[in-house]
Design a protein around this ligand. Structure first.
Ligand code: GLU
Length: 435
């Protein structure tokens, strides 16, 4: 049997990460089994399903590399087939017409549940069952002639030859009805895998109120497709060997339902950004540099490429998004960087700090070469001569040359900034904070 999975989004303009994770699992499972991954656009809600909304789905999938193996099926094209199938169910006694509520507005078609318990084995949740008494007949075609979700969903899964339905566990309840429909239609029941809900830190369904919730938002923020793919894949699944940063091929090889958890999966933005940083580091050096330079240019900076490369080399492990490069490195490129008030008070305006800094400037003016070890030795030498703790000089220098109390290792940073910038910045800081 060739495995056939599908992603069946209802296009609403935004693609929630929970839906995209379902798409990813469908894709991974199909690729793992050498099967086929299909797309069905469930566009029967005429108000919300605009062409732009469909395009958003397709673009998000393309961006994430979720290639489909056959042309997408648009559910609206199947309206006549759905209605005809409902008539067949009526003719066979599996469904009946009813004027719901006796409004006289027309009859709907109601599916007759078989009156037996329904059980199935879920690849993630295990054996699930529901008693006949809890399974009521349900409408499959509304009085306006429109088929409801359950009928359309099942008929199209049959049409597409879907072998595995992999979707969010908000659909577990529907599945009992869907199975009854498959049987009444004389079609094989697919296997089911219901994925755990994605929740926020409070354990509630993760929504846009919790932060970025749509694929497009991550993309705009500068998250790499590989990183979002990896993060979402691990939101409910793990390869079982402790590895977290994985390529698409590695995930494809390792994917299995056995390692999909049934309990809710918590979305953690900090971890998402960590993962993005990891994927950034795995890019070829030239691509990485291009990403950083693009952000610097987008912020009006046109740095010398060699200098930018040296800055990036010491700053890169702090940068988790390409869209953060300029913000994290601005003081390397512009002389009008802001000063942190608290750091100025604590580090520059303290007793002896400026005298020490002035003396340090004179020593560093003569330092040859102007590199980290030479600057460090000169600083320690001066501190000893002045009877001043050397960390005081380190902190004062950092604030004077960057405006900030935190950053990369000071001596590496000074080496990258270079003699002219360092000396000029110390001079300016001494003038500005003359006290
Ligand atoms: N359109 C449904 C949804 O997005 C499809 C559910 C399914 O995958 O069967 O929830």
């Amino acid at each position: 049997m060739t495995v056939r999975t599908r992603f069946a989004p209802s296009p609403t303009g935004n693609v929630h990460i929970g839906n995209m994770r379902a798409a990813i699992y469908n894709w991974l499972y199909a690729r793992h089994c050498g099967g086929r991954f299909l797309l069905r656009i469930e566009d029967t809600d005429r108000e919300r399903s605009t062409p732009e909304a469909c395009r958003t789905v397709l673009e998000s999938m393309e961006w994430l590399g979720l290639t489909v193996d056959e042309a997408p099926l648009y559910q609206t094209t199947r309206l006549a087939a759905h209605r005809a199938a409902a008539e067949t169910l009526v003719a066979a006694g599996h469904a009946y017409r009813e004027d719901k509520g006796g409004t006289g507005r027309g009859e709907c078609i109601v599916f007759r549940m078989p009156g037996t318990d329904v059980a199935f084995h879920d690849e993630v949740k295990g054996d699930l069952a529901k008693a006949a008494a809890d399974l009521k007949d349900f409408v499959i075609v509304r009085s306006d002639g429109n088929p409801v979700f359950h009928l359309a969903n099942v008929l199209d899964d049959i049409e597409m030859g879907i072998t595995h339905v992999i979707r969010g566990d908000d659909h577990v309840e529907n599945t009992f009805r869907h199975i009854a429909l498959f049987r009444a239609l004389g079609a094989p029941v697919p296997r089911y895998a219901h994925l755990p809900m994605i929740v926020n830190a409070q354990g509630k369904p993760y929504s846009k109120r919790d932060g970025d919730a749509y694929v497009g938002q991550f993309r705009e923020k500068g998250v790499l497709a590989e990183a979002l793919f990896n993060y979402l894949a691990l939101l409910g699944w793990s390869p079982g060997d402790g590895r977290e940063v994985l390529s698409r091929d590695e995930m494809t090889a390792l994917f299995s339902f056995e390692r999909v958890q049934s309990s809710p999966a918590q979305f953690d933005m900090t971890k998402m950004l960590w993962m993005n940083g990891e994927h950034m580091r795995r890019l070829p050096a030239a691509d990485r540099m291009a990403g950083h330079l693009a952000d610097l240019r987008a912020h009006g900076l046109e740095p010398d490429a060699g200098y930018a490369a040296r800055v990036v080399a010491i700053m890169e492990d702090r940068i988790k998004l390409f869209s953060d490069t300029a913000a994290q490195t601005a003081y390397f490129f512009a002389e009008d960087f802001p000063f942190d008030d608290k750091a100025v008070r604590k580090r520059l305006l303290r007793e002896g700090a400026r005298e020490g800094l002035a003396a340090l400037r004179d020593r560093w003016a003569a330092a040859v070469p102007f590199d980290g070890p030479t600057l460090e030795a000169a600083l320690k030498d001066l501190a000893a001569a002045r009877g001043q703790p050397h960390p005081d000089l380190i902190h004062a220098t950092r604030v004077a040359v960057s405006g900030s109390p935190a950053g990369p290792g000071l001596f590496a940073m000074l080496e990258v900034l270079g003699r002219d910038r360092v000396l000029a910045r110390i001079t300016r800081a001494l003038e500005r904070f003359a006290g």
